[in-house]
Ligand binder design. Structure first.
Ligand code: NAD
Length: 298
């Protein structure tokens, strides 16, 4: 299939590379020349612009940071004209960015009015899952559109869930990430407490992993350097899932909680903690660096 892939960051690049490896013809684009060069080195075709990328595409996949980027790309902004008029009727758009459900619905309405299919398909599984092709997709959209997308999603992920109509994938995603944000702070607190008492972080992490405190961070993404060789914590908190992206997702979950009058006190507290961590200069580091706020200094 001919695919336009827009947004080649930590997640988008490995996802596009997996589609290329599966034999699809991928025309990729990112505003960053470095991001384009990285996928070109893997044999992907690089487009000169988003408009160029969508020429002849049967599917358009976007993996951008936040709501304003997705809305700006498809519907236009003061920086760039809308991409939708350049996309052929009958094309399928798969937006895998984590954004507000309301933005997915707004873009979907405009796409459907132009005869273009749209699903929101945010992901979970981190950069490791993106590289391994084992992501979890949370899809919002019609059954028919999901079935069209499925062969492509299967090349990038291991689990595909249909959460409901357009926007439902985003709602599932922000519930998951609110829980992830909370559990990373909790895991960091527990490890920092143990280390302040002289415990070995590896031994303590293994005890908790096999006990009732076991969770994803302890399994795969330990916030303490050196416990998991491949986790961002062991690479100076480089790569991975940025603190500012987690802050965005916790903002989305709090906005949503306000809209539906839900009580999410720990989500609110976690948002405040990541905001303080970002303001202290750690916005670009992986979110597990939040442990730095909780560690005893000196
Ligand atoms: P990233 O910042 O590494 O990459 C985003 C890319 O989009 C950048 O390369 C940027 O140049 C590009 N971009 C922005 N606007 C553009 C435009 N108009 N046209 C073309 N390119 C544009 O972010 P990421 O870590 O890859 O995350 C992408 C999305 O996936 C976010 O919504 C994030 O919340 C979500 N997500 C990330 C992870 C993770 O572990 N990193 C996991 C699950 C979901």
């Amino acid at each position: 299939m001919q695919i336009a892939f827009i947004g080649l960051g930590h997640m988008g690049a490995p996802m596009a590379i997996n589609l290329h490896k599966a034999g699809h013809s991928v025309k990729a684009f990112d505003l960053s020349p470095d991001a384009c060069a990285q996928v070109k080195a893997q044999g992907l075709q690089v487009a000169a612009s988003a408009q160029d990328a969508v020429q002849g595409a049967e599917a358009v996949i976007s993996m951008l940071p936040a709501s304003q980027h997705v809305e700006g790309l498809y519907l236009g902004s003061d920086k760039a004209p809308a991409l939708l008029p350049h996309i052929a009727k009958g094309t399928l758009i798969i937006d895998s960015s984590t954004i507000a459900a309301a933005t997915s619905q707004k873009v979907a309405r405009a796409a459907e009015a132009a005869g273009i299919a749209f699903i929101d398909a945010p992901v979970s599984g981190g950069t490791g899952g993106a590289i391994a092709g084992t992501l979890t997709f949370m899809v919002g959209g019609s059954d028919a559109h999901l079935e069209r997308a499925r062969p492509l999603l299967e090349k990038m992920g291991a689990n595909i869930f249909h959460a409901g109509s357009v926007g439902a994938g985003q709602t599932a995603k922000i519930c998951n990430n609110m829980l992830l944000g909370i559990l990373m702070v909790g895991t960091s607190e527990a490890i920092a407490l143990g280390v302040a008492n002289g415990l070995d972080p590896k031994v303590l992490s293994e005890i908790m992993r096999r006990s009732s405190g076991g969770n994803w961070a302890l399994e795969k993404y330990n916030p303490y350097p050196g416990v998991h060789e491949n986790a961002p914590a062991s690479k100076g908190y480089a790569g991975g899932f940025g603190t500012d992206l987690m802050l965005k997702d916790l903002g989305l979950s709090q906005e949503n909680a306000t809209a539906v009058k839900a009580s999410t006190p720990l989500g609110g507290l976690a948002r405040a903690i990541y905001a303080a961590h970002s303001i202290a200069g750690h916005g670009g580091e992986d979110f597990s660096s939040v442990i730095k706020m909780l560690q005893k200094k000196g």
